[in-house]
Design a protein around this ligand. Structure first.
Ligand code: GYE
Length: 324
């Protein structure tokens, strides 16, 4: 049962006067105890995102939560609009995966004033006021960057020559791009032989990953390693590398993050050398947290997803059972 009775009564009145969509907003109209969640997704930029969206939608169904879902096409302004519309509709809880880290304080304050709890899922915000959201569920991206760096340090431990690295960054200003870069840098920075000779965003997409890698290959004849912040950009880059007559995984070693099926296939095929896992299956935990915050229960301020890493051999073993 809800604790936010007064908010609900208000929600009910508003819903009756304002909307006819009958989606059970705020438990409105029916007076039942079903929860309505407004979820603003980043976009559909990668295999990871597709799996994440499916996980959220499936888990909402299983949990009996009514989901209002919107896709922001990687644009912050679209997400802010979606959040405002959820506030207006007086949903019970808002969950969103912020495309970039900065610039959320105003709209989060609006949600707080409307007494709608907010859950950050997948990506973080840099708001100083942590009372603007209830919890943040997602991976530790700095740790992922470190794992990528550690593999590289180990791979080149007997090598004295410079190692020329190119980096395909995720969406500029996003938490995973910022953190995967800094975690990686922290580990490889301890040895001056590792040199990042080019680093640019590929927006987490395959098409942009290919395009930027083509440019890298043209201006840098001597690339030893590609570090791509996700599988999709790595997969696009593989096409560029093959197009330039080089062998991915051999002439250029490739490290990526995510471990979606297509990435794992390329790893098993020897085209990628190492993948740091980032799980998109956040739906079940998100729904549990949503139920708790709507009831007014305490939840941990941070819930970190458990993840592993994969070598080529390990990819061959788990590929057939990979869910996404
Ligand atoms: O790694 C990438 C997606 O935020 C963790 O976003 C997510 C990242 C994921 O586009 O593939």
């Amino acid at each position: 049962m809800f604790k936010r009775i007064s908010a609900l009564v208000l929600a009910g009145l508003t819903a009756m006067s304002m909307t006819a969509c009958g989606s059970g907003g705020g438990g409105a109209g029916g007076g039942g105890d079903s929860i309505t969640m407004g979820f603003s997704q980043v976009g559909a930029e990668s295999g990871w995102r597709t799996a994440n969206t499916k996980s959220v939608q499936d888990s909402a169904k299983t949990a009996g939560i009514t989901l209002k879902f919107s896709d922001a096409q990687q644009k912050q302004e679209n997400q802010i609009k979606a959040l405002r519309s959820y506030i207006q509709q007086k949903v019970d809880v808002i969950a969103f995966s912020p495309v970039v880290e900065s610039g959320w304080d105003t709209v989060l304050k609006e949600a707080k004033d409307a007494k709608i709890p907010v859950i950050l899922t997948d990506r973080a915000v840099d708001s100083k006021d942590t009372s603007l959201y209830k919890t943040f569920l997602g991976s530790d991206f700095v740790e992922e960057g470190k794992k990528a760096g550690q593999w590289l340090v180990n791979e080149y431990k007997d090598n004295k020559d410079p190692v020329n690295i190119v980096e395909l960054q995720g969406t500029t200003g996003s938490a995973p791009a910022n953190d995967r870069k800094s975690g990686f840098q922290e580990v490889i920075g301890a040895d001056p032989k590792f040199k990042i000779i080019a680093s640019q965003t590929g927006d987490f997409t395959r098409a942009k990953g290919k395009e930027v890698m083509e440019a890298f290959l043209k201006s840098n004849p001597d690339i030893d390693v590609l570090y791509a912040h996700n599988d999709d950009m790595g997969l696009g880059a593989i096409e560029a590398i093959e197009g330039a007559g080089k062998v991915p995984g051999k002439d250029i070693k490739i490290i990526t993050v995510d471990a979606v099926k297509d990435g794992m296939q390329a790893l098993a095929d020897g085209k990628i050398n190492y993948i740091v896992e980032c799980s998109p299956l956040l739906g079940p935990q998100l729904m549990d947290l949503a139920k708790k915050v709507v009831k007014g229960e305490q939840v941990p301020a941070r819930v970190v997803t458990e993840e592993t890493t994969f070598t080529q051999e390990q990819a061959k073993q788990v590929l057939s059972s990979r869910q996404y």
